[in-house]
Ligand binder design. Sequence first.
Ligand code: 5GP
Ligand code: MN
Ligand code: MN
Length: 485
Amino acid sequence: TLHGLIRHDDFQWHLPMTGDMRVPAIVYGSLELVRAMEDQALTQLRNVACLPGIVRAAMAMPDAHSGYGFPIGGVAAFDPARGGVVSMGGVGFDIACGVRTLLTGLTRDDILARREALADALFHAVPSGVGQGGRIILKGDEMAQMLEGGAAWAVGRGYGLPADLARIEDHGRMPGAMPGHVSPRARERMRDQLGTLGGGNHYLEVQWIERILDADKGAAFGLREGDAVISIHCGSRGLGHQIGQDFIDELAPGSKARRKGKAAAPNPYLPVPDRELVCAPIDSEPGRRYLGAMRAGINCALANRQVITHLVRGVFADLFPAARLDLLYDVSHNTCRAERHLAEGKEQTLFVHRKGATRALGPGHPELPDTLRATGQPVLVGGSMGTASYILAGTAEGEARSFASACHGAGRSLSRTEARRRFKGRDVVDTLQHHGIFIRTFSDRGIAEEAPGAYKDIDEVIASAAGAGLAVPVARTHPLICVKG
Ligand code: 5GP
Ligand code: MN
Ligand code: MN
């Protein structure tokens, strides 16, 4: 057998309950992807299935690989009424990291005519790199307002258009944020980072649509073969990371606070078998506090992508005054959200962790804006800076099977260390340039870590997500310009 997995059908594999597992685990993916999946990712999935209050199954999307505690590409839903937990490692350190895609109305040829100037202007307008700050400094109450208001706050401040909000999850503002539970250190890290991409895996990409794969949904999304789109991948910068770290330090033994003797008693929030699974009951004081801080982190990421959009529009206004950069959609892929789902025969409120997984609402879902109600939610999936990326749409089957979730990327096939060993940043940039993909970055090391060869085959991942019914492919895009973190 493959890692003890039992084949359910071509794209679905089951790990039956063993040991302390409270539910089975499900892996979505083709034989080829499942065969190549790291043991560590499967071990982590099994560990997740042991957590209190987990419902139905711990799930791995086709792009899954190992992460901190939970696998990246992991989905797990918890019932607060049965001791269900929220876990920092289940959300991911970059809270609400996500992707937003903008239409341009321009063609690939329009972009090609000014590609060099556009690449330079985008690189200049949108600060990138680890720890890199930007030109916006949040003063006084602005930080708290941003953490409460998300992209809606940003639009109110003149960054972008009111019409953008309908195309963002939660209309651009996650309710229930508690900025008061975001530490001074986390705020300090964010003070000058609004409107910045961050390091490594984050990108601002101009892509062209190579292929429309679903004509009706493609038309409804405003996508046309040969057109250019813009894809922005980034999250909550230093603030999100610090929130995760703060709560792990507080709740995990061996952390600084614990060494100071603040909590000598055994830690109820640290389940065996892996300390990285540190968590708190949803219905507990620290659980509520983390959720409040995490939602503030979500708003931070939504505001960040909104401000970046504004900066990108500024660049296009200069170079392509006729272009209109309408927002197709903005979806986060590192979250824990309270949602209504049908489970065990009844509709319940569950806390769904999607870590390196996107929500994928099917047609007719009441949370979709009217303009997307008939098609289902746009699902935005990155591939790599040298290969295809995809736009898909959520499905009714996906809603039923995976708590309305799908893959978020190709997923790593090599660790960062291994990628650095195999690739040289400069070589990767030169090769891509030769193939007509212009990279702009401050970090050769980042490029080596993010080389296309460090990722799984995106076409195989998408075929798996589609084969498993989690989402339907609508368009396949290819990079023209990539500003890399
Ligand atoms: P993550 O959020 O897990 O860091 O990354 C999400 C996905 O983005 C990765 O699994 C990978 O497939 C994709 N990705 C990473 N770098 C790039 C890039 O430069 N361009 C595009 N289009 N996708 C990328
Ligand atoms: Mn991400
Ligand atoms: Mn991220």
